[in-house]
Write a protein that binds this ligand. Structure first.
Ligand SMILES: *Cc1c(COP(=O)(O)O)cnc(C)c1O
Length: 414
């Protein structure tokens, strides 16, 4: 037991003699890595194959097409054998030069992490935080770029969805702001927590570099990072001096050798898995995938609405246009978040996400990204209802009932 779980800031009486109900499948409701579909896991359970010619080369091509369909771009992705942090680095290293000025607009900490990496790697980074629990304001982006009349800023970095606060930025509005300032900086967007969950339109929204990873909405185990460059980003690559041998796009673009695309042995099992996940998204239809996430997220927010009470729970992201559809951060007021998480996990087999940064210890997060459906999320919400009952937390109603009403209306086409 960690100290986090043993220091509640109010008196609770967690049961230690009651019946444990956690047997059966563990339900993972953290915002990544997310639940893997059985089809994806089964696709991985295959023997190794030739990595130079044959099926695997076709699969790499197929994956490139499938990934770009999900990111809504004609750009071809570079695929790194890495997590999201690796994809962050691949994006920076291929487009920027030592000392370049970079503006980072943060709304919860993840963009700051990317910015700190940029600083470590030799870039001149300024991090601009949004107002507490708010999305990045496009007017602030425009003002910063207008102030840079000599165009020292080479890149603007932000996330689409911040996984800590569950706040979503309006990426199209950011492009409008950058253009209004007449600024040529590359616009780089981390959509690790939104791709395959939320509408994301790389080309239509004018994003220059999109960064994503396999383990969230894309339903594939952690270990693959993706970077899509626009034409302008590929042009910047030609003079970038942060380039390193391993991440270098030029050598990875060499189509004469499949091996070079990955700068070494391809991630064979992950490629089989990702192909299956992309087939699942195509079978369901991307628009329906987005709609499913939107309804499930609305249901989760309705549940939190039913829990709201003085000194009790509330949504971290308060403005509907800024609420992500892949994750929901719930502030817990005077209720100790660790009690809720511990009861859910130890007594009911449901693992919720921990609160991050400023909200650590006073929030929990519900991941609803990728392979999630109505019964799965209703089960998670019911477990939280149950935990709130056990600790007699203040609340106004049943979260699961409120969520079911939202789902019923959506199914009925209302
Ligand atoms: C998960 C996540 C990351 C980090 O990804 P890792 O795979 O853990 O390196 C970065 N940005 C966002 C928005 C994320 O959700």
């Amino acid at each position: 037991m960690t100290s986090e779980l043993t220091v509640p800031h109010h008196e609770v009486n967690l049961p230690d003699h009651g019946v444990n109900l956690a047997g059966g499948p563990e339900i993972l409701a953290i915002p990544g890595p997310s639940i893997m579909p059985d089809r994806v896991l089964a696709a991985m359970a295959r023997q190794m194959t030739d990595i130079y010619v044959g099926d695997l080369v076709d699969i790499s091509d197929e994956i490139g097409v499938g990934l770009s369909a999900v990111a809504r771009t004609t750009a071809e992705p570079f695929i790194g054998i890495c997590n999201g942090h690796g994809a962050w680095e691949m994006a920076l290293a291929n487009t920027l030069s030592r000392g370049d000025k970079v503006l980072v607009f943060d709304c919860g900490g993840f963009a700051t992490g990317w910015g700190e990496m940029a600083r470590f790697n030799g870039l001149d980074v300024e991090i601009i935080a949004a107002a507490p629990a708010r999305a990045v304001d496009p007017a602030v982006v425009e003002a910063h770029l207008r102030a840079d009349s000599s165009h020292q800023v080479k890149a603007v970095l932000m996330v689409h969805v911040d996984t800590g606060t569950s706040i979503r930025n309006d990426i199209a509005a950011m492009r409008t702001a950058i253009d209004a300032a007449g600024h040529p900086a590359l616009f780089m967007v981390d959509c690790i927590a939104s791709l395959g969950c939320e509408r994301y339109e790389m080309d239509e929204w004018g994003v220059d570099v999109t960064v994503a990873a396999s383990q969230k909405g894309l339903m594939t185990p952690p270990g693959l990072g993706f970077v899509w460059p626009s034409e302008r980003a590929l042009e910047a690559h030609l003079t970038a001096n942060l380039r390193t041998s391993y991440w270098d796009w030029t050598s990875r673009q060499n189509r004469s050798a499949h091996y070079l695309r990955y700068c070494g042995t391809p991630p064979v099992s992950h490629l089989f898995a990702l192909r299956e996940a992309l087939l699942m998204i195509a079978d369901e239809g991307l628009e329906n995938v987005w709609a499913r996430h939107r309804v499930i997220a609305s249901a989760v927010r309705a549940a939190v609405g039913a829990w709201v009470a003085p000194d009790g729970l509330e949504l971290h992201a308060k403005f509907s246009r800024e609420q992500a559809n892949s994750v929901t951060s719930v502030l817990t007021g005077a209720v100790h978040a660790a009690d809720i998480r511990r009861l859910c996990q130890e007594q009911m087999g449901v693992t919720l996400g921990i609160g991050l940064r400023d909200a650590a210890g006073r929030s929990f997060r519900i991941g609803h990204m990728g392979h999630v459906n109505a019964p799965g999320i209703l089960g998670v919400l019911s477990a939280i209802d149950t935990a709130l009952d056990v600790i007699d937390a203040p609340r106004s109603g049943s979260g699961a009932a409120a969520a079911a009403a939202v789902m019923a209306a959506a199914i009925a086409g209302e």
